[in-house]
Ligand binder design. Sequence first.
Ligand SMILES: [Zn+2]
Length: 207
Amino acid sequence: MKELEGVHKFRYELKKSSPPEKKTVHTLEKWRAIFYKIGFIGEYETDNVGYGNLSMKINSENHFVITGTQTGKYPHLNPSQYTTVTKCDLEKMRVMAKGICPPSSESLTHYALYLANPKIKFVFHIHHEGLWNMFIENKVESTSESVSYGTIEMAEEAKRCVNNKNCGFFVMKGHQDGIMAYGDDENIVGNLLLEQYRNFIASGNRD
Ligand SMILES: [Zn+2]
C-alpha cells in the first residue's frame, strides 16, 4: 500500500515570517520545474497526495529552505510556498520553521543529510516508480525496506547511505517510488538524477 506522504510524522512550529529570499527560491525553482515536467514531482491522482521536495542549505548552522507541504501539484511555486527550517530535533521529532507555508513532511530526512556531511548543500527528493524499481533491481545504495519516510530510523539510514560522500543518491526501499539525491551543487545533483532517468529510458523503459 502506498503510504501517504503528506502526513507530518514530526511536530512542527511555524513562526509566521516573510518568505525565503528570491535568489534561493530561484535556484530551487529552476530544477523543480524540470522535475515537475518529467513527473519527479507531482501529485498521486488516486489520493490527491503531493510528492517530491527540494531543499537548499543557507548557512553553516544547517538552516535550510525547503518546499512547503502539499505543493507537489503545482508546476511553479512562488516564494511563499517555500519555508525556512531553522531547527530540527531528530530524537524529539520536532521541526522549527519560519515562513508562511508548513515545511515538507520530509524535512527531517533533509536535515539528516545536511547533518551527515557539512559539504552537502542541496537535497532533492523525488518519486518515480520506474527508476525506483530499476534502482532496487540494480542494488544501488538503499535505505531498509522496513523504514518509512520522516522517521528517526530514516534519518539514521540516510546518514549511512551518505557515508561521508559529498554527492550521490540512494533509493528508499520502504517509501514507495522515493529517491533521494544530495550534493554541494544544485546542477550536479539535478543532472545526476536526469542522467539516471535517461539511462532508464535508454534501457527500453517507458514512462
Ligand atoms: Zn517521498
